[in-house]
Design a protein around this ligand. Sequence first.
Ligand code: HEM
Length: 185
Amino acid sequence: MTDAPKRPSMLPLSNASAGGSPAAPSTPAAPTTPAVPAPQVPGVPPAPLTLRASAGGERPDGNFYELIGGRATFERLVREFYRGVATDPVLAPMYPETDFEGAIQRLTGFLEQYWGGPTTYSEQRGHPRLRMRHMPFRVNPDARDRWLTHMRDALDTLELSPLQESTLWGYLERAAHAMVNTFEE
Ligand code: HEM
């Protein structure tokens, strides 16, 4: 096996060509910024991978929205979720009794937009401003955990691939934690 070729020392161009004061011949060139990412530090977890290349979720092989089946999949998720919510003594009273269908459409529209689908949600509702829109509701840790329980049950019915499932779940979990606006019981 031959030794890997040594990287040429990278003296600044000004030194090499414009007659600047070159480093003394016996002094090795100062280390330059490596061209490859620093190796992982043992014991330190790697930075989380970003699976979406842009806010619109574009990927060479289709965005996440398309990959998991488009609107039909999000609507199945949300309908199943609301079936659970409707039975929940804490959450159900928060939702408009006579407009569950509207709530289903709003959450479906938001999720499909977030994951790279049509932007109908914002066209109809404006900027999501989700924390602000949740302020009228008492979203304490109990409500959050109930919301997540129903979402988890709904997600399990979709039978996505493990990676798709954990991608979606990771987001929903973080979003639900961010929505908590009171710690009062
Ligand atoms: C943490 C527990 C949560 C509770 C208790 C909660 C509760 C509610 C309630 C009561 C509404 C009003 C229903 C309606 O008329 O649309 C609502 C709306 C909505 N929620 Fe949540 N929510 C929670 C978390 C989340 C999360 C994590 C998301 C996003 C991933 C989300 C997205 C939405 C959206 C998009 C709407 C409709 C906003 C609009 O356009 O008016 N919610 N939520």
